[in-house]
Design a protein. Structure first.
Length: 285
């Protein structure tokens, strides 16, 4: 990644919350805009075009980074690493392949955050609050044996240290845990329980969500453009038959309105639908 491209991130803001609000206000690009910017950057190394691509996808980084917060690492650091992955994706994105940048960028963003978590996995602190530090330094000496704490013993230790019994159980679990590889060994069985398998929720994939939102928006824009090409009568028939939120208007009602036969209304409807499908086809987007 070039130094110039690395300077394209959003300027510093007062807080992480303000940053997230700011990036969520940045408009998404249409497919045509995205293709034009990507082509300009690829062919002419136009950094303003690259900046537009990066800025419009910063919200994707925020969404993906949210899924990695359970490792005790700062959310802002996760976002920063994800932004590096996004800039790498923009540099490598080929608009000629016909895919959206959001689909391509998800891999690079996750890979960069994944590497960051791996580098810091062993140094995540076991005890951060005052109560946790108190437990950390006293729990081993207060336990009666090497086995797991029972409910009564945990309650007694909690009373002596003025903490909650559940805090005692949690700290014992932390201290007794071992480092876990984020990635399973290559010869593992198919059913793996390594953290990488549950870091993010596949049903809440930010890339898929953004793709869906952009798809809905593009279809709405395409529908509006297609409707604008119809004559007044055809547009009225399509809107009455297919775009009403309440009850659909019948062929006979439209026939009475226009003074033609119901069969003629059906023919006009079919011709208009055919024309709109052609205009809304992906190749014409």
């Amino acid at each position: 990644m070039s130094h110039a491209l690395a300077t394209l991130a959003l300027p510093p803001v007062a807080s992480l919350e303000n940053y997230i609000q700011a990036v969520n206000r940045i408009p998404l690009l249409s497919q045509a805009e995205e293709q034009a910017y990507a082509t300009r950057f690829q062919q002419d190394q136009d950094l303003e075009a690259a900046r537009a691509l990066v800025m419009s996808h910063l919200r994707l980084v925020v969404a993906i980074a949210r899924g990695y917060r359970g490792y005790g690492l700062p959310y802002s650091d996760l976002i920063q690493e994800g932004n590096v992955g996004l800039m790498k994706a923009v540099k490598r994105f080929d608009p000629a392949r016909g895919v959206r940048l959001v689909s391509f960028a998800v891999h690079w963003i996750r890979a960069e955050i994944h590497e960051f978590v791996l580098r810091n996995w062993r140094i995540v602190k076991v005890a951060t609050t005052k109560a946790q530090r108190k437990l950390f330094f006293n729990l081993r000496s207060m336990k009666s044996g090497f086995g797991a704490l029972g409910r009564d013993e945990a309650a007694a230790i909690a009373k002596d240290l003025n903490v909650r019994p559940e805090d005692v159980i949690e700290m014992e679990t932390r201290m007794g845990g071992h480092d876990i590889a984020l990635d399973p060994p290559v010869d593992d069985d198919e059913d793996s329980f390594a953290p990488v398998t549950y870091l993010t929720d596949a049903d809440d994939d930010p890339g898929r969500i953004l793709e869906h939102e952009e798809g809905v928006r593009n279809r709405s824009e395409g529908l509006a453009r297609a409707l604008s090409t119809l004559d007044t009568r055809s547009r009225r028939i399509i809107e009455a038959r297919w775009l009403r939120e309440d009850n659909q208007v019948t062929l006979h009602q439209l026939a009475d309105e226009f003074g033609i036969s119901a069969e003629r209304v059906r023919q006009v409807e079919a011709q208009a639908m055919k024309k709109m499908r052609l205009l809304m086809a992906p190749d014409n987007g």
